[in-house]
Design a protein around this ligand. Structure first.
Ligand code: ADP
Ligand code: MG
Length: 437
């Protein structure tokens, strides 16, 4: 399966919902994808003229689509003719990828996040001194990763000699397993232990994975005892991570815990205004207020709406109206406010097939389990706003697997009426079971 090609197809599909077939044909028929890097898609078009049209008229919609898909900032690089693509080799282990925009300057402070923000500033000013570890927790889309990066950027700026390592909870597991397979555990340890700042995003993914937790425990102690700073984010507090090793829980709780709650209306308006102005979009106050009072629980969605409006404006070249705002909101929120939690989707899907949620997250490839896993991913795509990346992660998979699973179920639904019934039944179990919101 070629994930670059898949992603490109997805983009063309997305563009075709907004452009005429003639426009697609004119600008994209001879355009090809070249590479998909962590934060950048590289494409190739035959002429400078096409490049300039694509970059002026379509790049923002492509970028906003990719940013949404991967839940992080994305770039589009357009090559012309046989121009060579030089892979950016600056990404050494201790180099932070440029998470442009995730800085303290761009973080809007309100009641819901001011404690976490102040703690993050304090850690950035005095790494390893006051609060170690700093444990930031809160629901998805509320700015945890943003603060984590902001600490990284700020420390890199003021103490360029300090070594910084960033890792996501699930990548820690993957890297560790890989290093064991390749007999490179020593390298793995050196890479993560000999750092001044250890940024760990979404630690919840290591809970329940025994050998990962043991390794993480030793890594943690090593860095901690050296007096170096550790910052961790999680979607819930340590206390609520039922599968977390007790020793780790005690360590996490021994530092400073800071939660982020959904922002209030005033903060949401300030965030919407800030995002719009960064994208060069002017929105009147009543529109800002309308968006901020409709999207209440998730800053990522708020941002998604603004990005879509920017794209509409550029592509349709029209003013922003209530109708276009409604359309953007509907696009971003899908099923409105009643968004089920991924755990709930996994639980109900597993139950339907007489399996346990862990079976879906694990490696069992029996037909039944594989089917349940694919259905769970399909339902997450339908019922939530999670990106493919996040959907994959919920089940310990990557975005490519998520995409192919979703496609597979879509195909089955077209060819097999029973499948439609199964999906309907599970959906109804999800929406009626407790804790769906
Ligand atoms: P989390 O890691 O908690 O799921 P992120 O840090 O990825 O959330 O935030 C989601 C998006 O919302 C990011 O683009 C981030 O820049 C933005 N965001 C969240 N909180 C704020 C804030 N207080 N000010 C500005 N942008 C924010
Ligand atoms: Mg995050």
């Amino acid at each position: 399966m070629n994930s670059l090609m898949d992603i490109w197809q997805e983009i063309l599909h997305h563009l075709s919902s907004q452009l005429t077939p003639t426009a697609i044909n004119t600008w994209f028929s001879d355009c090809e994808p070249v590479a998909l890097e962590e934060n950048c898609l590289v494409i190739r078009t035959p002429s400078e003229f096409k490049k300039s049209i694509i970059s002026q008229r379509f790049s923002s919609i492509i970028i906003s689509y990719l940013s949404d898909l991967f839940s992080c900032e994305f770039d589009l690089l357009i090559l012309v003719g046989d121009e060579e693509y030089e892979k950016d080799s600056s990404g050494d282990d201790d180099d932070l990828p440029e998470m442009a925009g995730y800085t303290f300057d761009n973080f809007i402070v309100g009641n819901s996040n001011k404690f976490a923000h102040a703690a993050a500033i304090s850690v950035a000013e005095n790494p390893g001194k006051n609060y170690n570890p700093l444990f930031i927790y809160g629901n998805s889309g509320l700015g945890k990763t943003h603060l984590l990066w902001a600490i990284g950027h700020s420390i890199r700026e003021r103490f360029p000699e300090k070594k910084i390592s960033y890792i996501k909870g699930d990548d820690f597991t993957n890297e560790m397993v890989k290093s064991i397979k390749e007999g490179k555990t020593e390298e793995f340890r050196n890479k993560h232990r000999n750092v001044d700042l250890f940024l760990v995003d979404d630690i919840q993914f290591i809970a329940g994975k025994q050998s990962t937790q043991i390794e993480f425990f030793h890594t943690f102690n090593y860095i901690y005892e050296a007096g170096h700073q550790i910052v961790i984010t999680s979607d819930r507090p340590p206390m609520e991570m039922s599968l977390l090793d007790d020793r780790l829980r005690t360590r996490f709780e021994g530092g400073l815990m800071a939660d982020i709650a959904p922002p209030d209306l005033e903060t949401r308006m300030a965030i919407a205004r800030n995002k719009a102005s960064r994208l060069g979009l002017f929105l009147p106050d009543d529109i800002i207020e309308y968006i901020a009072s409709t999207i209440t629980a998730n800053v990522r969605q708020l941002e998604g709406v603004i990005k879509r409006l920017t794209a509409y404006k550029e592509i349709l070249n029209s003013d922003i109206t209530r109708a276009s705002v409604d359309r953007a909101i509907e696009d971003v929120t899908k099923k409105g406010t009643d968004i089920p939690k991924p755990d709930n989707i996994i639980r109900e899907t597993a139950k339907y097939y007489s399996l346990k949620p862990e079976d879906l997250k694990g490696n069992n490839r029996s037909k039944n389990t594989a089917m349940a896993r694919q259905i769970a991913m399909y339902l997450m795509r339908q019922l939530t706003n999670l990106s493919l990346n996040d959907i994959g992660k919920e089940l310990g998979r990557n975005h490519t697997t998520a995409l192919s699973s979703i496609r597979k179920i879509e195909d089955l639904m077209r060819s097999d009426p029973d499948m439609t019934g199964v999906i309907r039944d599970i959906t109804s179990n999800i929406t009626t079971s407790s804790g769906s919101v």
